[in-house]
Design a protein. Structure first.
Length: 811
């Protein structure tokens, strides 16, 4: 520890003959020619002497020879460091031990508290008085400072000015894409060590947990846009590993529209609201998007996914997530394999239907945000299993498609997905802005054990994310914003810049150095990040080139694979989505071009879409870029259907309405609500109004919501009431009939006691399916309801009853 200069002997004014003047040791401009003798009683002299000794201990740069040659390049050695004799040589100032309430004492050795847990910056104002940002107590928060009661407001009012100035700057630029999103904290838990493939910290030991922050988002709409737009969803996970932050910035769809980052600005310009009138918001159903994608046939595979129900998820908790690109795993020996990442929801993959999504966006634009928040608040923590597809360079060579092409999947039937861990989201943020808005994901954030492939789309992303944060978050120090700071120690020689938080001790901010004993020193290959040398065999045509490999030209094989792997009801939804989107175009030529493209995917699909658009004749198929694509390994992949993952959460977190009105059998209704809540569902009593509802037996129950403020399409299922008075009231209430009708139209489960059948009849709902068989989603309710409730819960767990569907709907 440096000795406090306070207790040090004062420097002598006159140097003793033959000795270096200790006073000279205090000069900051130049020191004594011979170096100080190091009077142990004088910290300045001691510091100089110890610095001199440190510097002398490194007569040359010992690591210089290691900077050269391939072998050193792939296995860099750790830097050399010399332990200083005391803390003195590393100090910025001899006065550092003069502590105060503000300065604290000397920096803890080797520490950087900007990476300490977030409670260091959480603010709780319980019992506190109001202050300015300078901590000055505010006496009056109601009035500006005026000259007399009716006089002018004074410029001197620093309290008013501070408040307004801060308010004026409350907004930051929204994300250029993925502006609308919601996030949560949680953890990742590793099942088994994956060390044969990777040394990445989260996969080192069975049971090891790594904190995560996850943000889900839509792509097209602005920050305040609706949640249930037809769109790709972002699925970005920040792993705070003990070896640094790893961001797996993925989507809920495993492929992308384009193959090269060069086209990303074009794609985004085409899909965003059109620039002349800034419409439409949060929608791809407009001319410029379809103009672009129909001229870019590599987007066809992605279009199949985006027109499927994947693009209108029921909940963030019921979506898969994908890393999309091929990445690399690297183990301790430096061996690498390719890897694709898959998140699979424990709650199953469930989606909305289009009519429902459209209506929800009006009644509750925050539908997904609310759902995520409420799941976590109620302890129904969303959970996913992480799976990996691991394959070698040699496997990749054999595939009929290129693994560097982000418009292609690797069918699970070709390379199975191995489960490696689970992720649980169990904590909502304290503050949306500080955490969810300021979180900065970046594909360049990788840790030792994870590396990139040569995917040209990924290459652009490695650049783009840091770049965008600099303007969005106002400078290069966004890594110090608490939500972005790693939990791993941070030490480097980067300094200054806007909004710098860290106060670096010492005067050394360069490497190599001897004045700080060589610290911080380079970690070397064993501990540090080393890029895998790309092992792509050099071919004659290797050289600078702007072109794509041949296999990238197969634009349709996997689009067909996706479409063919869907169940008939999913195929029908895809056709309907194309019909809807293309019906919104104002330029018929674009519409025709898209139908021409669909002929290369599936003739029946193209015909169905054309018929839905009133096109009597099919256009010629679009010319293909590759006349003879390679034979695909897999022609049907059941894993691609949403129905392949029903989930294992039953009715947990399902929103279930229990309709009520005056005269309801209140005891039964409350028992049903309690039984559903016991199973983890979220029951809500919905009446003609909120508040008191008179029960048949004279008691009162409280409605949580009204038919007006929470319409039927917001619920996963509905329990119809018993009690003649209530049924009669609801049967003449148009809102109640619409409620029931929409539940039915959207394929939901209705519990229908015999007496309440009249509600179905009034709403025009048939008791049987179109083919005359029993409707599994209309569950008859018996007297006191226990058996019926069980059957109801089972039917709700199926999510939806598409057997009921007709196009157009019967009801
Ligand atoms: Fe992004 N993307 N992206 N992207 N992306 C951004 O970064 C970009 C791509 C994805 O919740 C931006 O911080 C380029 C694919 C998610 O904060 C920006 C290219 C995938 C999020 C950016 C792509 C994604 C973003 C905007 C083509 C799925 C939201 C704000 C080369 C694998 C993260 C920001 C969050 C956000 C660039 C393509 C996923 C501009 C250049 C493919 C989930 O940097």
């Amino acid at each position: 520890m440096a000795k406090s200069p306070k207790s040090a002997a004062p420097a002598r004014a006159t140097p003793a003959r033959g000795r270096t003047a200790p006073a000279a040791a205090h000069h900051t401009d130049s020191g004594p020619a011979q170096g100080p003798a190091g009077d142990p009683a004088d910290p300045a002299a001691r510091q100089k002497a110890e610095v001199q000794a440190l510097a002398a201990g490194m007569p040359s740069n010992p690591t210089k020879p290691d900077e050269h040659g391939f072998v050193n390049g792939v296995a860099p050695k750790p830097g050399v460091s010399i332990a200083p004799p005391s803390r003195l040589p590393g100090a910025s100032t001899l006065s550092e031990a003069n502590a105060s309430e503000k300065t604290g004492g000397v920096a803890p050795e080797g520490g950087n508290p900007t990476v300490a847990p977030l409670d260091r910056v959480r603010v709780d104002s319980t019992g506190q008085r109001l202050t300015t940002n300078q901590g000055v107590p505010i006496a009056d928060n109601q009035n500006s400072l005026k000259y007399g009661l009716r006089g002018p407001v004074l410029l001197e009012d620093f309290i008013l000015r501070e408040k307004l100035t801060h308010f004026d700057h409350e907004r930051i630029p929204e994300r250029i894409v993925h502006a609308r999103g919601s996030g949560a904290h949680g953890f990742f838990e590793c099942y088994e060590p994956l060390t044969q493939y990777t040394k990445a910290a989260p996969f080192r030991e069975a049971g090891k947990t790594t904190p995560v922050f996850v943000r889900f988002s839509t792509v097209q709409g602005e920050r305040g846009s609706k949640d249930t737009a037809r769109d790709v969803r972002g699925f970005a996970v920040k792993f705070y590993t003990d070896e640094g932050n790893w961001d797996l910035v993925g989507n809920n769809i495993p492929v992308f529209f384009i193959q090269d980052a060069m086209k990303f600005p074009d794609l985004v310009h085409a899909v965003k609201p059109e620039p002349h009138h800034a419409m439409p918001q949060a929608a791809s159903a407009h001319d410029t998007f379809w103009d672009f994608v129909s001229l870019m046939p590599e987007s066809t595979h992605m279009l199949m996914w985006v027109m499927s129900d994947r693009a209108i998820p029921r909940s963030y908790a019921t979506m898969q997530g994908f890393g999309v690109h091929s990445y690399r795993f690297v183990n301790e020996d430096g061996d690498s394999v390719f890897v694709k990442f898959h998140w699979s929801p424990k709650a199953g993959t469930h989606s909305l239907v289009w009519d429902e999504a459209v209506k929800i966006s009006g009644a509750d634009p925050d539908y997904h945000r609310r759902d995520l928040w409420e799941r976590i608040e109620s302890g129904n923590y969303p959970e996913w299993e992480l799976g990996v597809q691991v394959f070698t360079e040699e496997d990749a060579e054999r595939f009929s498609f290129d693994i560097l092409d982000a418009t292609k999947i690797i069918p699970e039937e070709l390379v199975p997905v191995q489960p490696v861990g689970r992720m649980v989201l169990n904590r909502n943020p304290d503050n949306f802005f500080a955490e969810t808005e300021q979180v900065a994901f970046c594909t360049a954030h990788v840790v030792p054990g994870i590396d990139f492939s040569n995917d040209p789309l990924l290459a652009g992303r490695i650049h783009s994310y840091v770049d965008t944060q600099i303007s969005r978050l106002g400078g290069p120090n966004f890594h110090e914003i608490p939500i972005n700071a790693p939990i791993a120690p941070v030490h480097n020689n980067q300094r200054d810049g806007m909004h710098r938080q860290a106060i670096h001790r010492g005067r050394v901010s360069y490497e190599p150095n001897s004045l700080a004993g060589g610290c911080p020193f380079q970690a070397g290959a064993v501990q540090g990040f080393v890029s895998v040398p790309a092992r792509i065999a050099a071919k004659e045509e290797q050289g600078k080139v702007r072109a794509k490999p041949e296999k990238f030209a197969d634009h349709y094989t996997q689009a067909t694979l996706f479409y063919e792997s869907q169940t008939p009801v999913e195929q029908a939804h895809i056709a309907a989505a194309f019909r809807f989107e293309l019906s919104k175009l104002t330029v018929p030529a674009v519409r025709e071009r898209m139908v021409a493209s669909l002929r290369n995917v599936s003739e029946p699909l193209a015909r169905q879409v054309a018929a839905g658009l009133g096109m009597r004749e099919l256009p010629e198929p679009l010319p293909r870029a590759l006349a003879k694509p390679a034979k695909p390994e897999v022609r049907n992949s059941p894993a691609l259907s949403l129905l392949a993952r029903p989930g294992e959460m039953g009715i947990r977190a399902r929103m279930i309405a229990l309709l009520a009105a005056d005269g309801v059998d209140g005891a039964l209704l409350q028992a049903q609500a309690a039984a559903l809540a016991d199973q983890g569902a979220a029951p809500r009593i919905v009446g003609p109004h909120v508040g008191g509802i008179a029960e048949a037996d004279g008691g009162m129950l409280q409605a949580d919501a009204s038919l007006e403020n929470e319409p039927g399409f917001l619920f996963d299922a509905v329990v119809l009431p018993q009690g003649q008075g209530a049924i009669a009231a609801l049967a003449t209430n148009g809102l109640a009939l619409e409620f029931v009708k929409e539940q039915y139209r959207h394929g939901k489960t209705l519990l229908v006691p015999a007496d309440a059948r009249v509600l179905l009849e009034q709403a025009g709902i048939p008791w049987e399916l179109p083919d005359g068989s029993a409707d599994p989603g209309l569950v008859p309710g018996d007297g006191n309801g226990e058996t019926a409730l069980k059957a109801f819960a089972q039917a709700v767990a199926r999510h939806r009853h598409p057997e009921r569907e007709t196009d157009p709907p019967r009801v």
